[in-house]
Structure formats: structure tokens, C-alpha cells
Ligand binder design. Structure first.
Ligand SMILES: [Zn+2]
Length: 373
């Protein structure tokens, strides 16, 4: 008999898929916004994994992965529980915009950050209704989830890849014990990413990660505050989801369920997509940047491996004539995750999203001033 899990109006029933609504916020027009909830529970006891998608409205592959994955056939073999929310940002999904029209911030930077609540500052806007909703939802994740995957899309034509966040720990109190626990968590996260089986890319350096508020993403809050293995996946093109990537993401997720002891059997092969293993750890990075206005003709594609000095684009003027320093070369060894959209570039614009060599630690203390400001 499995543990009973309830979220909003949905309550798990062993051997079935239950559907419900979790009330998120009220609009001033009298309408309310609920998040759709799916709870799929096997007849046998086991862990609980949360699958979330649709927090960026133009990224529409993740909801399909959830719809394709959760079937009665899966539930018949499942041990434990899947809690899925296929639309974390319903307003953004309606308008195909990253942000919901009622909040002027990236919704995937609105989750709790672990710092103590500050007294209200009358000169600053209070937390948005969406931030307050995610704060409540985070409590639900922390109460029931053993694992979490959050589904996203990167740029048009990009390859499917997973993002590994660095596991941060408090070094200012109980530093040694916290470091040991963080290393255990990072090892579990690594195993979970390997089970998923797509290209794995490490997140930015710690300072940039916090500066960009990436520590407040859905998966970062689960990893850093709930201290459970959790990661974000990027599923290629968002506005026109790719069927092969969707199928490979569903297969990767089933492999995670097998790794977690929630499904029997051998892992499935990840087929129909490029999985790149450059032979060294990589992190995401946008490069190379152009230093004059130009039209770029890209010479490499998403999934290509590039080395230092390899030509990656021809830079031309608007008549199509090659510029004097018109052959742009890579300054890094790495993998092309995707091309920047379009062909017209201003000075300083980067042409590619790359994954380049990463020598930084995957476990690190929070910056010293993190809990002070
Ligand atoms: Zn996204």
C-alpha cells in the first residue's frame, strides 16, 4: 500500500491516475488561476518523483513529455508515485511568452532562496502573487518529493541537454558535515543525470549562478533547499516541439524511474537524438562574440564538437562580402548546444550556445555574504 499523497483537489489512489487543481492565485478580475495536477500512483510502495513543466510559456515540449509518459500502462508497473504539474505558468503558455503577463519577472527565478524573510520595505514592491504561490508550492514539493525533473526548452534547433547545478552548502555553520552531505547529494544527482542519459552540461559558475538568480529556479530550489536530486532539462525547440526529443525525454524519464527503483527492467536506449560526450566535463557558455556589426553564416550545427581554432562562422557585410577578419574561429574546445537566433549581429553578440570545458568544483559553499545581505 503506497503512501497517500494529496495536492489541491487530487489525492493519490493506488493503481490509478488522478487529476485535480491546485489553486495558485487570484486575479483582480475575479478569476482564479489553478495549476493542473496529475498524481499517478502504483499499487506498490516506492519513492515520489515530481515532474514539472510549462514555467516558460514558449517552451512547450515539457507538457507533451508528461502527457506521453503518464499512461495507465506505466502506472500498472509503477512502484511509488509521480506528481506532475504540466503547466506551472498557465498565463505564459496561453500567450507563448516567457513571463506571465501579470508578473514582470522571469517565473523560473521566483522560487524560495533559503534566506530569512526580510521585513517589508515600503520602497520596494512586495513579492508577486506568483512568487507567493511558488513559495506555497515549494512546501508541497519539500513535503513529498524524493526527486524532481523540470522540463524546459532552449533555443530553436538546439540539442536536448540536461543542466547539472552545483550543490551549494552552508560553510558558515557545521561546514564539514554540510560539505559531506552536499557531496552525497551531488553523487546522487550525477547518478540520476546518467540514468536520464542525454547530454549533460554543468551550470554557470557559482557567482554568476546567484547573480542570475538561477539558484531560484524550480529544480535549484528542490536541490538546494529540499536537498533532493533535481535537474532541469532543455528539450530543443520550444515553440515547435520535436517528436524525437519528446520521445527521448520520456524514455530518459522512465530510465530515471528504473534507477530510482520505481520501474523494473533494463534501461531503454536513448534513440533519435544527438547525445554528445566530449570526454571532459562541460559548462554552458555563450561564445564566440563578434566585435563588429555583421551578418553571420554559421558553419557548425547544434551537436557538433568544436576545437580551439576551428572556423565556426563566416562574417559578411549586408551585401554578402566577406569582412576582412571574416572567418570566426572557436576559442574553446567544446560542444555546440545551439545557434543564436537569426543572422544579424551587433558587436558583443554571441553566435552560439556552447558547452566548454569546466574545471570548477561541483560542490561549493555559498558565497560568504550570501546569508548576510
Ligand atoms: Zn525555460
Amino acid at each position: 500500500m503506497s503512501n497517500s499523497i494529496a495536492l489541491g483537489t487530487a489525492t493519490s489512489q493506488p493503481g490509478t491516475i488522478q487529476y485535480g487543481r491546485w489553486e495558485a492565485l487570484s486575479h483582480p478580475t475575479g478569476h482564479t488561476e489553478f495549476l493542473p495536477v496529475i498524481i499517478a500512483q502504483g499499487r506498490e510502495d516506492g519513492p515520489c518523483i515530481w515532474l514539472t513543466a510549462g514555467i516558460h510559456g514558449a517552451e512547450q515540449a515539457g507538457p507533451i513529455v508528461i502527457y506521453r509518459l503518464i499512461t495507465q500502462e506505466l502506472v500498472d508497473q509503477l512502484k511509488g508515485t509521480i506528481v506532475a504539474i504540466p503547466a506551472l505558468n498557465p498565463a505564459g503558455l496561453r500567450t507563448m511568452e516567457r513571463k506571465p503577463y501579470h508578473v514582470d519577472d522571469d517565473p523560473n527565478r521566483q522560487w524560495p532562496d533559503g534566506r530569512p524573510d526580510k521585513p517589508p520595505d515600503p520602497d520596494k514592491d512586495p513579492p508577486s502573487s506568483l512568487e507567493l504561490a511558488y513559495k506555497r508550492l515549494f512546501q508541497e514539493i519539500a513535503a513529498s518529493a524524493d526527486y524532481l525533473i523540470d522540463y524546459h526548452n532552449s533555443s530553436t534547433g538546439s540539442i536536448s541537454f540536461s543542466i547539472r547545478d552545483r550543490v551549494l552548502y552552508r560553510g558558515d555553520q557545521d561546514g564539514e558535515r554540510n560539505r559531506a552531505d552536499a557531496e552525497d547529494l551531488a553523487t546522487k544527482l550525477d547518478e540520476m543525470l546518467r540514468a536520464y542519459g542525454h547530454t549533460t552540461v554543468n551550470e554557470f559558475s557559482v557567482d554568476k549562478y546567484i547573480d542570475q538568480k538561477l539558484h531560484r529556479s524550480t529544480s535549484a530550489a528542490a536541490l538546494l533547499l529540499a536537498r533532493i536530486p533535481a535537474f532541469t532539462v532543455e528539450l530543443g525547440t520550444g515553440h515547435m516541439p520535436d517528436r524525437s526529443i519528446v520521445a527521448a525525454a520520456a524514455a530518459g524519464t522512465r530510465n530515471v524511474l528504473r534507477w530510482a527503483g520505481m520501474l523494473r527492467g533494463e534501461p531503454e536506449n536513448i534513440e533519435g537524438i544527438k547525445v554528445v560526450e566530449p570526454g571532459f566535463p562541460v559548462r554552458r557558455f555563450r561564445a564566440p562574440r563578434v566585435n563588429e556589426p555583421c551578418v553571420a553564416l554559421h558553419l557548425v550545427e547544434a551537436g557538433d564538437v568544436v576545437g580551439i581554432g576551428d572556423p565556426v562562422a563566416e562574417l559578411r557585410d549586408v551585401w554578402g562580402r566577406l569582412l576582412e577578419n571574416g572567418l570566426l574561429r572557436s576559442e574553446y574546445d567544446g560542444v555546440v548546444l545551439g545557434r543564436a537566433h537569426g543572422i544579424y549581429y551587433y558587436p558583443g553578440n554571441a553566435l552560439f550556445s556552447l558547452a566548454i570545458r569546466d574545471d570548477a568544483a561541483l560542490v561549493a559553499p555559498y558565497p560568504e555574504d550570501y546569508y548576510k545581505d
